[in-house]
Design a protein. Structure first.
Ligand SMILES: Cc1ncc(COP(=O)(O)O)c(C=O)c1O
Length: 366
């Protein structure tokens, strides 16, 4: 069995009859940056998510940085987020001279615990960045209520949940600005890098577009200091085709998750899907005992795996300046010790899931 963590080759094989002529069309069209393909993809994504504006950019990290720039956050302002996420969420806060303020996660969904947010709000707090981890929505109603009460902006980091829902609302439609990553392994992935910013505000949309394009609103007329962050036409065209398959692919992930859960519920803490969630299983991550020994066993048995994430951000050397030691966020720390992600993609077979599950069960019977 040649099991892949994410099987990009099988995905490509499924859609190559649509992808290949389109790529050739874009190449021969000579329009490589911006232009009609990017505009068409922006229009398609704004309709899919149900927001007024969709603005392409180079990747999900840039999307976060540009979002905070567009909101006018100033040096020293505090931005509340989770320590149990990919570095990009807090890295972009820090790089802008803002201060990341972490709040621990819920032990079941692994998303930021809304009931702990108010205790860290100060006069300098300006925004909250919930992350929809592993493809399951954070509790947006509670978060937005707190944000409204304290006059804070909300940015949804929706790098991992494009196509997922919270109470029948699309993730990415419930905040001032939402950001998306199209890194190839994402549920909707480019053949390279790509990102998106979503908003219902005309004013923010204009700022986001301007900042992503060197701060210019007209050619060579720079209103603010911006960045260079563009979605390539070829990526937009590829993503546009893949978007037609996304709902079907997410359903397949959900079916795979169900099978894994049935197989593994006796030996691991399997992912919890909240009743408010339509989870799209960007990752299928379980909590286990003796995680490092299990990982070694999986590696020996040629079963791909990954750890999302081994070190919570407050314990990363890059954030030592925040002076947050071990014990600051006990739930994040505990989850980081026991979490492991298994192969998950729309093309995984029942036989592969059963083989992976049997191997894990074998480890715990040893
Ligand atoms: C939660 C989260 N935020 C931001 C990013 C950054 O996205 P990109 O890799 O496209 O810059 C990622 C990417 O994996 C992510 O998982």
């Amino acid at each position: 069995m040649n099991i892949q963590m994410v099987d990009m080759k099988k995905q490509y094989d499924e859609i190559k009859s649509r992808l290949e002529p389109k790529v050739i069309e874009v190449l021969s069209g000579g329009y490589y940056i911006g232009g009609p393909e990017v505009k068409a993809f922006e229009d398609k994504t704004k309709a899919y998510i149900g927001v007024k504006h969709s603005i392409g950019c180079a990747n999900g990290t840039d999307a976060l940085q540009i979002a905070m720039m567009a909101l006018g956050l100033k040096k020293g302002d505090e931005v509340i987020t989770t320590p149990f996420t990919f570095i990009a969420t807090a890295e972009t806060i820090q790089i802008l001279g803002l201060k990341p303020v972490f709040v621990d996660i819920l032990p079941d969904t692994y998303n930021i615990d809304p009931d702990k947010i108010e205790s860290v709000i100060t006069k300098r707090s300006k925004a909250i960045i919930p992350v929809h981890l592993y493809g399951q929505g954070a509790d947006m109603d509670k978060i937005n209520k707190i944000a409204k009460k304290h006059n804070l902006f909300v940015i949804e980091d929706n790098a991992q949940g494009f196509g997922a829902k919270y109470k029948d609302r699309m993730l990415g439609s419930m905040s001032d600005i939402a950001t998306v990553s199209f890194y190839p392994a994402k549920n909707l992935g480019a053949a390279g890098d790509g990102g998106l910013m979503l908003t219902n505000s005309d004013e923010l949309a204009e700022k986001l577009r301007m900042i992503a394009n060197h701060g210019q609103n007209e050619r060579y007329k720079h209103q603010v200091v911006g960045v260079n962050s563009r979605l390539d036409a070829i990526q937009a065209a590829i993503l546009s085709i893949k978007l037609d398959f996304l709902d079907k692919w997410n359903e397949k992930r959900r079916k795979a998750a169900l099978r894994y859960k049935k197989n593994l519920c006796d030996v691991a803490v399997v992912p919890f899907e909240h009743k408010n969630s339509y989870h799209i299983y960007h990752q299928f991550s379980i909590q286990v005992k003796k995680r490092d020994a299990l990982q070694k066993f999986l590696n020996e048995n040629k079963i791909p795996n990954a750890i999302h994430y081994p070190i919570p951000l407050h314990l990363q050397v890059a954030f030592k300046g925040l002076k947050l030691g071990k014990g600051s966020f006990p739930i994040s720390e505990k989850v980081a010790e026991g979490i492991i992600s298994l192969p998950m993609h729309p093309h995984i077979t029942d036989a592969e899931i059963d083989h992976i599950s049997d191997t894990i069960k074998k480890f715990y019977k040893k």
